[in-house]
Design a protein around this ligand. Structure first.
Ligand code: ZN
Length: 473
């Protein structure tokens, strides 16, 4: 029986270093987090919780407890082709690899691919995903992918990729294949129906996402944003990912892409742009002024050899910058690697070790990512959603443990994640996801991947040692 002065909660995490990322950036070590229902109810030094009672107590001694990570730009279906598509530039990569895959992928492939990747995300401490799903995009596939993410226990949104009618830019660059499956009107109608099925407030919602402002029609962009505003969802697109993207746009329309979005009044609440590498000074200012979300995807930028996002300038201007793993261009859904690369890429680019740091990228992965996604998570304080990653800080790679933040960013890995918790529910523990049969998903995903390799004609990419990939310089 509990006395009146004993505090109760459903779940109590106690003993570990609690990295709150709250307004004061408190770190309580040892600390505790109390959860009731789907919310955090109390956070503080462990000693303050000595008399607390809970339905479940998790001893987090030797671990870090931090807000769950938000992965702000994904293409989960691409993980089915993990390991292929090596060493080619962005547009040839799209034309010769991703788009042929998109032509043959069926709803069942995308659905199992998303489930596989969502499992991997949970192992990486990710609690929310923005999945820019663009192949296939019928209602069955779109809602099925959302169900896959939710089935693993994660939250987030499926940003349904829309192509509409091929533009001149798309045609000129051979990007006008079967991926342009629907007219703009059909794209909007399907997206509307999917949003009605999963409106804002559902664990995994649906957002409109014209795939890329550079090769999607301007009317489709306007209509997509209007649809987002009508329902109160976010919206998403790729923007200025490759150096030539704004050049092509300027040639075609006489305006840079962000300037056009700004002048049309499309930026601001709910606007999220993937990459944003090649912005000029005015575009940086405009993205900042409107507090538009930008997904920084360092591993993707490195892998495809794209360039370096203006992290410092964008954050100083006011943009909401989250971290993203960007599908198959990373091969692995690893938020620890993403955080580390987010720092290192800035440092090598600026030739300056102060260009970014561990504290900053934890903020991007947690607090800023949640702001970008519009979830009430991202930091640990009373009233916030109880979305958390609990990371083991033991073993040779974490000894001696002198600074928790440095250990997480520079030495941490998904193998260290002991618990992933979403809305107070433990979705990963003892090295396994609790809501799905992992082995069955792995087996099914591998079978679908083999079928896709054959259907897309990718057998040539399976050479165990490729001699056609000799470095060019
Ligand atoms: Zn992408």
């Amino acid at each position: 029986m509990s006395s009146p002065d004993v505090n109760r909660c459903d779940l109590l995490l106690v003993g570990g270093a609690v990295v709150t990322v709250d307004d004061a950036r408190n770190v309580f070590d040892p600390g505790a987090v109390a959860v009731t229902g789907d919310r955090v109810t109390a956070v503080g030094p462990a000693e303050q919780f000595a008399t607390w009672e809970a339905d479940r107590v998790i001893d987090t001694t030797g671990m870090a407890v931090l807000p769950g990570f938000s992965d702000t730009h994904q293409h989960l279906f691409q993980y089915l082709m993990r390991g292929l598509g090596e060493g080619i530039e962005l547009w040839p990569w799209l034309e010769g690899f991703i788009w042929p895959l998109s032509d043959v992928i069926r709803p069942a492939d995308a659905i199992i691919g998303a489930k596989l990747a969502a499992i991997e995300a949970a192992h990486s401490g990710v609690t929310a995903i923005l999945d820019n799903h663009y192949a296939p995009t019928d209602i069955e596939a779109t809602l099925g992918v959302a169900a896959s993410i939710e089935g693993v226990g994660l939250r987030g949104a499926v940003a349904r990729g829309m192509m509409g009618d091929p533009t001149d830019i798309a045609r000129r660059h051979n990007l006008a294949g079967e991926i342009f499956a629907y007219t703009a009107a059909e794209e909007l109608a399907i997206t509307r129906e999917c949003i009605e099925e999963r409106p804002p407030g559902t664990q995994v919602g649906v957002w409109p996402a014209p795939v890329n402002i550079i090769y999607c029609d301007q009317d489709l962009m306007r209509s997509a944003v209007a649809l987002a505003h009508e329902f109160g969802t976010g919206w998403h697109t790729h923007c200025s990912e490759a150096e030539n993207d704004p050049v092509y746009y300027l040639e075609e329309y006489g305006v840079r892409p962000v300037d056009w979005l700004y002048e049309e009044g499309l930026l601001g609440t709910g606007a999220t742009l993937a990459h944003g590498i090649f912005f000029d000074d005015r575009e940086v200012e405009r993205v900042g002024e409107t507090e538009t979300g930008i997904a920084y995807c360092p591993i993707s930028h490195e892998y495809i050899g794209l360039g370096v996002m203006r992290l410092r300038d964008l954050r100083n201007a006011g943009a909401k910058v989250g971290l993203g793993l960007d599908g198959g261009s990373g091969h692995r859904l690893d938020m620890f690697a993403c955080m580390k690369q987010a720092v290192l890429l800035q440092r090598v680019h600026h030739k300056e070790p102060t260009a970014s740091n561990g504290e900053e990228v934890i903020e991007l992965a947690t607090r800023e990512g949640a702001r970008y996604l519009g979830t009430e998570a991202g930091y640990l304080a009373p009233g916030r959603l109880a979305d958390m990653a609990v990371v083991r800080l033991s073993g040779a790679h974490h000894t001696p443990l002198l600074r928790v933040v440095a250990a997480l960013v520079y030495a941490g890995s998904p193998a260290d994640v002991a618990y992933t918790i979403v809305g107070g529910r433990v979705i990963l523990e003892d090295g396994k996801c609790t809501q799905v049969d992992e082995e069955a998903v792995f087996e099914e995903a591998a079978a679908h991947a083999n079928e896709l390799v054959a259907a897309a004609g990718f057998e040539g990419l399976l050479e165990p040692w490729r001699t056609d990939l000799a470095p060019s310089q």
